[in-house]
Write a protein that binds this ligand. Sequence first.
Ligand code: ADP
Ligand code: ZN
Length: 531
Amino acid sequence: GVRPAPESGSEALAQLHRVFGYEAFRGDQEAIIEHVVSGGDAVVLMPTGGGKSLCYQIPALVRPGTGVVISPLIALMQDQVDALRALGVRAGFVNSTQDFDERRVVEAEFLAGELDLLYLAPERLRLESTLGLLARGKISVFAIDEAHCVSQWGHDFRPDYLALSLLGERWPDVPRIALTATATHTTHQEITGRLNMPDARHFVASFDRPNIQYRIVPKADPKKQLLSFLREEHAGDAGIVYCLSRNSVEKTAEFLTRNDVEAVPYHAGLDAGTRAAHQSRFLREDGLVVVATIAFGMGIDKPDVRFVAHLDLPKSVEGYYQETGRAGRDGLPSTAWMAYGLNDVIQQRKLIQSGEGDEAFRRRAQAHLDAMLALCETARCRRGQLLTYFGQDPETGACGNCDTCLVPPDTWDGTIASQKVLSTVWRLDRERRQKFGSVQIVDILLGRRTAKVIQFDHDQLSVFGKGEELTEGEWRGVVRQLLAQGLLAVEGEFGTLVLTEASGAVLRGDREVPLRREPKKPAVSRSSSGT
Ligand code: ADP
Ligand code: ZN
């Protein structure tokens, strides 16, 4: 029920022009800023690149006192503060990377009312000394960045965020704004509940990024596939290639360099100097490719990233969306390209099984992976699937700018093929001598007398050689899709395939299994998209 002061709008606009040098507000920015400037709480759900920072930076400039920004991204605070200072904004941060003296300087500035913005890591609010410090200064607004970290069901839970509900109790008169690029319904509810913001106004932006073309191709020879994707569609463009391990980051960067694509690696195993150098080259130069683990990209603000490529499967749709969202912030056509294969599924399932964490944690990780797999295997519009996941119903059934819209996938009746795979798994399991993975299953179906097939007399099985109608790649596709549909499961550290409760219905012939046909040509090239 708080009315904005009549002059707050123009004051905000003046700051937008004068400090940030921008012409106009985007999307909900103006409404959000007005609401917070006039003292209201806000929950802001906006995709990466949507312009969340201004939503708290401008209120901090307009309202008297210091805006306190809670952010888990300690590694970025220095950069964020430097960038603000370059614009003439009086900004500072307090985190564990500082020594005592540096911290004292910032604290003194805060107490003297000489800071517009103060960045804090959430764990600092556990310290009574920090709360005491804040109580002795004047605070204009609390901004809780990456607010999805409060969600225990989310992909990025941080226990320190749970303590942030005390901000509202201790500073009932200071407006709070919680911001996130994660918009699933549960996360949204948890933010509101756990941060105790029942009266907040909610600003939910569309999560559609129409200029990003989503494509997911079956993985065959990923480095080569990547290279032809780059050559055919993104020669000379800046982009990010994500890999899961440091080793594959290094190898991929070397491979690209050898093939005349300028690429640098980025991962946590490199020393800080190298990382900083590669990052700043990426920001400065025109067509550099960074090959990185997910450590790269958080808060990276480069508008003309033309593609984001994934050589390994992200662990969740949230992660995929965040990473691909780093492409095309300038609104120009960009590509989110991913190569995905059977080994990704097996590897991730193994990681979950053998990983740390309790049963609930594992179930959560499993659910996140399942949603990611569903996106990979869908025959539906990828954008539609993404938006539905984030609780936003797509406007049309088909976006026309994703691989499944451009070249609708064929489906085929994979019931018999699935029965062959499942009955082979069942026979091997019945032997109970040793567990076998997908390679053995496919070798048996194709009638290959490998050493391991002969060693275990698997050429004597009735299913031996009964799968010659499909190629090895197609069989791997069947196994992958059975895993994605929950009709097969992975057990133990060796990736043993086992049946699930749902497998029985297929084996009995009570359930049909529609499968996506593997495209013969692994990539859809833009020139062939027609229309
Ligand atoms: P987010 O935090 O939502 O990912 P940012 O706040 O980093 O997004 O903003 C993304 C980019 O858009 C930045 O380069 C930012 O300067 C720019 N930007 C934000 N708002 C505007 C605006 N109103 N006009 C022009 N550029 C803007
Ligand atoms: Zn589509």
